[in-house]
Design a protein around this ligand. Structure first.
Ligand code: BES
Ligand code: MN
Ligand code: ZN
Length: 512
């Protein structure tokens, strides 16, 4: 990942390959944002005018490269759009800063070092800029992250290498709050980028076994307790959901428990992730056009994994247990058939009417198992339904819960960290659509409200009295169109920031 430093240099004296400045959309054309005073001065105070001449407006997503005037050490100025200028006395929205920093970092692909002279009034703003830049600089590099070297035979690789060094200007390095905010941003961005790598890995390289091994490696590195149930242990333990989904594949399933504990923690959170390393649909095979991106179906497990590791690295005063329900959903002579009845962990039986509704089966087992430890709250994260994508689109995840206050808290937390999310209901009447003549219930019912129905299915496996929420990230987990802000193509790391902030609030005792 790119390196981040807090620099005391001014934008004029910093030795770098480029200086990033912010430009906002004012009522009468582009306005240069605070933080860029030294750069504007080098342009004789005419930077806004120069930008306007070049057609810049300050709109979000816009970036304009200029040759630097002689007063600057850096050869290039990159002006990045911040969107509408805030009202007088208001500051820029953190998410606007995060996105602009991401756009700038991506525009500087192939550059070695850039100074970011964006408006950072407080530590939170510095954190947003740092996070946006580190996330925006990301690109999936199957061969690893080599530094950008100019010239020679690896020139092509150098041109596509992520921005190597980010110097945050104006962000008081000796101020404790700024330093802590920057450190937090680095940790969280690093774990998000690792999760993106897992999602982007081809499914022939990442199967349940290799995913579990990655959790074990991280466990050793960061002092987490990791337990892996293999197919023998899952069979013996009665995990009929995970086994039923995984049995069609040559790559057998796993259930990973990865736990972070703090000696003084008063609360315990359980995060449960859907980890289908490839979803072909199974015997209810997905048609061509619907299976090309289904390596992303483990994004929930990747998010949970990242959040637990981040909580540990941040040393939060809360216990966080991650459950990764890993399986590959494939058709074969040994695969579960539509019509089969599975006995889930805890004893409930499920008639599998559609083998493509596999996420709820692996999650049912994992939720029942997580409930046995009686955590203060459970949050599951899953690329669960196409219906949620139809409802909320490609950028927003749905939040369902068995507790109105908890759902509202998660919604507010998502907003606080700049993740788009929306509360969704769990209408009780949908439950009877899953009635089955041969089992406790079926794994599907009516098509209408499919995302909510899946949530109602999961609720059956949550222990009595445990506060629970379900995040359906099927839309935002994997980004197929052009990158924007700090969101790259491919795996996005959706829900990680929300989970980490939930753990922080829980540690601080902010939630009931
Ligand atoms: N993994 C899919 C859901 C999905 C769809 C994720 C699009 C990301 C993008 C899930 O396992 C699935 O196939 N769900 C079915 C359920 C149906 C058969 C009841 C769906 O949504 O069509
Ligand atoms: Mn499926
Ligand atoms: Zn799936």
């Amino acid at each position: 990942m790119s390196a981040l430093t807090l620099s005391t240099s001014s934008a004029a004296t910093l030795r770098a390959d480029a200086i990033v400045v912010g430009v906002a959309k004012g009522p009468k054309g582009p306005v240069v944002a605070p933080g860029a005073e030294a750069v504007d001065k080098a342009f004789d105070g005419k930077l806004a005018g120069v930008l306007e001449t070049l057609g810049a407006t300050g709109a979000e997503g816009e970036s304009t490269k200029l040759p630097a005037p002689s007063g600057l050490k850096a050869p290039v100025v990159l002006a990045v759009g911040l969107g509408d200028a805030p009202a007088k006395d208001d500051s820029f929205d953190y998410e606007a800063l995060r996105r602009a920093a991401g756009t700038a970092a991506r525009a500087l692909t192939g550059t070695k070092k850039a100074g970011f002279a964006l408006p950072v009034e407080d530590a939170e703003a510095a954190s947003a800029v740092a996070e946006g830049a580190l996330l925006g600089a990301y690109s999936y590099r199957p061969g690893g992250n080599g530094p950008a070297k100019k010239g020679g035979k690896d020139d092509k690789a150098a041109k596509s290498a992520p921005l190597a060094e980010i110097a945050l200007l104006g962000a008081k390095p000796r101020d404790k709050a700024f330093k802590a905010a920057a450190d937090r941003a680095v940790t969280v961005a690093e774990e998000i980028n690792k999760a993106r790598d897992l999602v982007n890995m081809p499914p022939n390289d990442l199967d349940p076994k290799t995913f579990a091994a990655a959790a074990q490696t991280a466990g050793k590195e960061f002092g987490l307790k990791v337990e892996v149930l293999d197919e023998k242990a899952l069979l013996k333990g009665g995990f009929g959901g995970i086994m039923g989904v995984g049995r069609g594949s040559d790559a057998p399933p796993r259930l990973v428990r990865i736990a972070y504990t703090h000696p003084k923690a008063e609360k315990t959170l359980a995060f449960v992730g859907k980890g289908i390393t490839y979803d072909s649909g199974g015997i209810s095979l997905k048609p061509a056009g619907h299976n090309e991106t289904m390596k992303c179906d483990m994004a929930g497990a990747a998010a949970v994994f990242a959040a637990v590791v981040a909580a540990a690295r941040l040393g939060l005063k809360v216990n966080v247990t991650g459950w990764l329900a890993l399986a590959e959903n494939m058709p074969s002579g040994s695969a579960t058939r539509p019509g089969d009845v599975l006995k889930m962990y805890g004893g409930k039986t499920v008639e599998v009417l559609n083998t493509d509704a596999e996420g709820r089966l692996v999650l049912g087992d994992a939720l029942a198992r997580a409930s046995e430890e009686n955590p203060d709250a459970i949050v599951d994260v899953a690329t669960l339904t196409g219906a949620m994508v139809l409802a909320l689109g490609n950028r927003t995840f749905g939040i369902m819960a068995n507790d109105d206050a908890f759902r509202t808290s998660l919604y507010e937390i998502a907003e606080e960290v700049g993740e788009q999310a929306w509360p969704m209901p769990l209408p009780a009447e949908l439950r009877k659509a899953m009635d089955s003549p041969v089992a406790d219930f079926a794994n599907m019912g009516e098509r209408m409200g499919g995302g909510l129905l899946a949530g109602i299915f999961l609720k059956e496996f949550v222990g009595e009295g445990i506060t629970w929420a379900h995040l359906d990230i099927a839309g935002p987990a994997y980004h197929e169109s052009a990158p924007f802000g700090y969101t790259p193509k491919g795996g996005t790391g959706s829900a990680i920031r929300t989970l980490v902030r939930l753990a922080e609030h829980t540690a601080a005792g902010d939630l009931g």
